[in-house]
Design a binder for this molecule. Structure first.
Ligand code: SF4
Length: 387
């Protein structure tokens, strides 16, 4: 770490980067870190991660259940949603959703379902309660529900005329274990007015996440970059997430992904996706900003691909994310997803010189991987069949 700071000193960046490492960063410091040579922030970020978790890299065997593509929000960057009444609209019934989870659990021993979809006005709180209860019952409580997003929670609170606290209490009682940080995009109202004008402000996103954490549920935090935001706005975004974590302390992980300019309205204004260097930079700067305060930073392979995912480990990431069986959002944007099973993820991570470990929803290492009846090879066909 010291060696990297000496190099930073020679480039006139020593004070700024040292402030980040002391947890005293200002927006200008983070902005300059985004503009610094990638090898420098990457090397420093890797040194921070080495001190935190060594060469260990977690991953989870999970599925994504996109229960409906019906959405009335209509974000301009989204290729997945369909308006109510569209011929391509679908909604998975609660019982069927739970059966799909059971099928993945039996076949792959998944440990988590990421349960997310559009804001479908037909679906009330009872739908989610039934789905979560059945998931727990069908999997003997072995599959964690990492589900809903800020916009879905806000919608449920309005639809049911209940406080957010009541909604969260009911969902938690039904089996919700944690909440993903989707919908943060960039926490700037200027940006949100362009990319997702019907979504609520960044302040509201932060306050909903605060209520979720107050309700005792851990969360993840995200950043979608590479559209109309500036580097300054990315810097503000990271610092706002850090502030949220300092106040509520239940942000388990950070995930950055790039905007995919295919099949959505925004692509006419932003026709080219951000390059791989931007992902590495986002991972590295996030690590310098969050240090150990947000302990896990995901490799972001979902939109950028496994090769860049592996590269991002050298830039400070220490979690691979999941196997993501059943994902439908990215294929809707024309992004083909490789189907990775336990063994191929462990190979990828191991061949890059890191030590893979399987984890659970709460980022704890798990024992007894695999076992009788757990399919590994041929996952593609199975996953497609049940997705
Ligand atoms: S990103 Fe989510 S809220 Fe926005 S249109 Fe897509 S499904 Fe709806």
């Amino acid at each position: 770490m010291e060696a990297w700071l000496r190099v930073a000193d020679e480039l006139g960046l020593g004070d700024r980067l040292a402030r980040l490492l002391r947890g005293e960063a200002r927006v200008r410091d983070v902005y300059e870190a985004f503009r610094a040579p990638l090898w420098l922030v990457g090397g420093l970020a890797r040194a921070v991660t080495d001190a935190l978790t060594g060469r260990r890299v977690g991953y989870i065997v999970n599925m994504i259940l996109n229960h409906t593509n019906v959405c009335v929000v209509g974000c301009r960057f989204c290729s997945f949603y369909r308006r109510p009444g569209s011929r391509e609209a679908y909604t998975v019934e609660a019982r069927r959703a739970a059966e799909m989870v059971r099928e993945h659990w039996l076949r792959y021993r998944i440990r988590q379902v990421l349960f997310q979809g559009g804001v479908n006005p037909e679906l009330g709180l009872e739908y989610f309660e039934e789905a979560f209860r059945l998931i727990k019952r069908f999997t003997r409580g072995e599959v964690a529900v990492h589900g809903l997003s800020v916009v879905e929670l806000e919608w449920l609170s309005r639809r049911e005329r209940m406080s957010l606290g009541e909604v969260l209490e009911r969902l938690r009682a039904a089996g919700l274990d944690s909440v993903p940080g989707a919908g943060a995009e960039i926490l700037s109202d200027r940006v949100r007015r362009i990319v997702s004008p019907a979504k609520s402000s960044g302040e509201v996103w932060l306050s909903v996440m605060a209520r979720v954490m107050e309700a005792g549920l851990p969360v993840s935090a995200t950043m979608m970059y590479g559209h109309v935001e500036t580097l300054w706005e990315r810097a503000v975004h990271l610092l706002r997430l850090l502030e949220l974590q300092r106040r509520y302390g239940r942000v388990m992980a950070f995930i950055a992904w790039n905007y995919e300019p295919r099949g959505n309205e925004l692509s006419s204004e932003v026709p080219v996706a951000a390059g791989g260097g931007e992902l590495l930079r986002a991972v590295a700067v996030a690590r310098l900003v969050f240090r150990g305060e947000i302990r896990w930073i995901q490799a972001g392979w979902l939109t950028a691909g496994p090769a860049l995912g592996v590269a991002s480990l050298e830039y400070g990431a220490n979690d691979w994310g999941g196997t993501l069986y059943g994902e439908r959002v990215l294929p809707a944007a024309g992004v083909p997803l490789p189907l990775l099973v336990r063994r191929s993820i462990e190979d990828l991570i191991g061949r890059a010189g890191f030590e893979p470990f399987e984890r659970d929803n709460w980022y704890r290492p798990v024992e007894g991987v695999g076992g009788a009846g757990v399919a590994e090879e041929g996952a593609g066909a199975g996953a497609a069949a049940v997705a």
